[in-house]
Design a protein around this ligand. Sequence first.
Ligand code: UDP
Length: 241
Amino acid sequence: MVKLKYKRLLVKLSGEALMGQSKFGIDPKVVTRLAGELHTLLNHGVELGVVVGGGNIFRGAVLAATGLDRVTGDHMGMLATVMNSLVLCDSLKQRGVAAAVMSSLDMPQVCDRYTQRDARRRISEGELIIFAAGTGSPYFTTDTGASLRAIEIQADLMIKATRVDGIYDKDPLKHDDAIKFDLINYDQAIDQRLAVMDVAAMILCNDNALEMVVCNINKAGALLDLVKGRKVGTHVVYKEA
Ligand code: UDP
């Protein structure tokens, strides 16, 4: 077996990663492909936790913008992450992968309840755990949820799998002259207001010495390259206090 640079990973997939070319919802073909990428990692002995966002279905801020209650919107957003988690879990199971959804909001008929103890044990036994419903609290994002779960399961690395191949000084989809960073630290990302993830998530990562790589999920094999130690995307490191 190939020597791995990282043994335990937390992979954060944005909800939009599940949409494919659509403008909304879930493209089952894309889910199948993503499940395949994750399965390959497991076959190489990687221990995996996954967080899926919900932005392909609903974001709480959208409801708040119409004058309705933000907390209600955030609950709806968290339920969207549960839907995404369920479809990804099902696709993994179809491949024979031992996978389960653990939710921060209790819904025993639908999926397991999240506890740090169980999650860490199950992941170390080779089960792929999908963490649904973010942090379980409104006013947070799934990036913060992913950072929190990554720290709790003692992941060696968090991978933020997006639709761009790293962090740029400006939006590469809008600016041809955008420059990509290979390596950056959380302080720089916060100071320069780079669109990496929300500040709460970055502070959590920095304070708990969690490294992160931002990479393009649409590049087949990118995740495996990364765990083998190849340079992929942008590496975000913490600063010693
Ligand atoms: N959300 C929340 N608390 C959390 C995580 C998510 O209230 O801890 C809600 C929030 O409304 C958010 C939505 O769920 O907009 C979907 O998550 P997110 O926007 O992070 O999804 P992504 O952008 O990764 O698809």
